[in-house]
Design a binder for this molecule. Sequence first.
Ligand SMILES: C[S@@+](CC[C@H](N)C(=O)[O-])C[C@H]1O[C@@H](n2cnc3c(N)ncnc32)[C@H](O)[C@@H]1O
Length: 253
Amino acid sequence: MPVTFQPAWDCPEPSRGIAEALIARGLASREGPDPGGLVLTCGPDGLALTAREGDQALSLHLDLVRGPQGYRLAHAGQAREDLIRALGRLPRGSTVLDASTGLGRDSLVLAARGYRVIALERHPILAALFSDALQRAARHPALESVLAHLDFHPADAGAWLAENDLLFDAAVFDPMFPPRRKDAAVKKEMQVLQRLLGVNADPDAPATLAALRRRVRRRVVVKRPLHAPHLGGQTPAHALRGRSIRFDIYLPV
Ligand SMILES: C[S@@+](CC[C@H](N)C(=O)[O-])C[C@H]1O[C@@H](n2cnc3c(N)ncnc32)[C@H](O)[C@@H]1O
């Protein structure tokens, strides 16, 4: 889906530069937006992706300090605990690969837990939004120790693993799941994400899971909607069920 860059006069650096780099790679344009299209806006708070839904404007702006991502650091509660439990309560300092950074919520939770996190995101627009959010968050002293644990790469997990001969203690994988009718109620930011990535966003997810299982010492945790089928029909060793999410746990091969 084409994305149009529309900066306001007060769009700061490096946000502007991050967007210009997308234009240079042909991944965004300065053309007038097509009416149903996505717009990459930029104001004093950096980059945001916006979409129109009828007369509503939906916006995705990543704020690792105050937004839902930042909030989770302090008040993450059950969802955070479930993810940590699914990982087997690894000791602090363990290495965890997040193969689907997306909005960065899980990556931040893992880094805040004291794991050394390599976070990968292959969609260039999402990677740009996350890089932008990271550079803003880096100015907040409270996040210094968390971000010191987080190493972000705008890359596809399969390609990155092929180039980096590394073994992790564990990996987390949360591929997009096709939206269902009742997902009309999904949060606005997820609606923008679905619009950006399309309905069949991660068809290679089973192959990514197979690649991850070859690069972990302990386990790969796959996040799925509670009643979703197993990824690619691969049966997990066990599963942990939350209120709406299931964590499927796969052992290394
Ligand atoms: C549902 S979102 C992940 C949300 C994320 N767990 C969070 O906490 O915000 C899925 C993301 O994974 C990314 N993704 C899927 N397969 C990937 C792969 N093989 N390599 C890198 N990113 C991938 C997609 O581009 C998408 O942004």
